[in-house]
Design a protein around this ligand. Sequence first.
Ligand code: HEM
Ligand code: HEM
Length: 191
Amino acid sequence: MANLQESTRPGYDAVARALHWLTVLLIAMQFMIGWTMPDVQKDTQPIGLIAWHLGVGATLIVVILLRVIWRLTHRPTPDDLPPFFSIASRVTHLLLYATLVLVPLLGWINASSRGWTVRLLGLVPYPALSAPGSAFGHKMGDLHGILAWVLFALIGLHVAAALFHRLVLRDHVLQRMLPHAGPSRQSARNR
Ligand code: HEM
Ligand code: HEM
């Protein structure tokens, strides 16, 4: 049970933390499905794993939108790190957000160009972002696959940094994104 009020707790609030870990889960699913689903050809139907990729993707789009809105309206408490670490983390987070928006958007554009409708929970249709058969939509599909690798590399860097903070610097950066467990975390950096 947390001793500090949620509003005065250092780090990220409960909604930001929930959205962060929900994104992690959905993105892990998207990579696993994206890399195991059959190659998408001209007359491929959106069934099986491809339907799962579109379905999970539709949910992910909503979660990322909510996350960006929440982040713009709710700032975490400052991290209290030396300038190098603080700037490096801001730059990585910004690049993560950029790819988190771009990768799904490009996938959605590509789905539209194949004449596939993206639906939230199989029910609510999203508008088409490109015309069926469009060359632009096709190119965006290639870019989707390439940028997914960029996102993967950024995630690797981000997770390595989180572990570096936890295991080498032994500060409280990781706890900023974890459920609160005790009263000792008054400072974001406690060495
Ligand atoms: C961060 C989220 C996502 C990740 C990590 C991801 C990852 C991937 C990967 C790895 C592939 C295979 C690429 C290849 O082998 O060339 C792929 C293909 C595809 N994805 Fe995603 N995806 C994401 C979100 C979405 C969303 C939201 C949609 C649509 C609503 C989508 C639609 C597609 C489509 C249509 C393809 C086939 C593209 C093609 O081969 O031309 N993806 N995705
Ligand atoms: C799909 C994988 C992941 C993505 C896309 C992701 C994305 C992000 C983003 C965009 C932020 C910035 C939050 C903000 O300022 O609004 C963040 C923060 C954070 N993430 Fe992740 N993350 C992922 C996985 C992880 C994992 C596996 C860990 C732990 C090992 C982790 C630990 C953290 C921590 C500790 C912060 C807060 C850093 C700080 O206090 O400045 N993340 N993450």
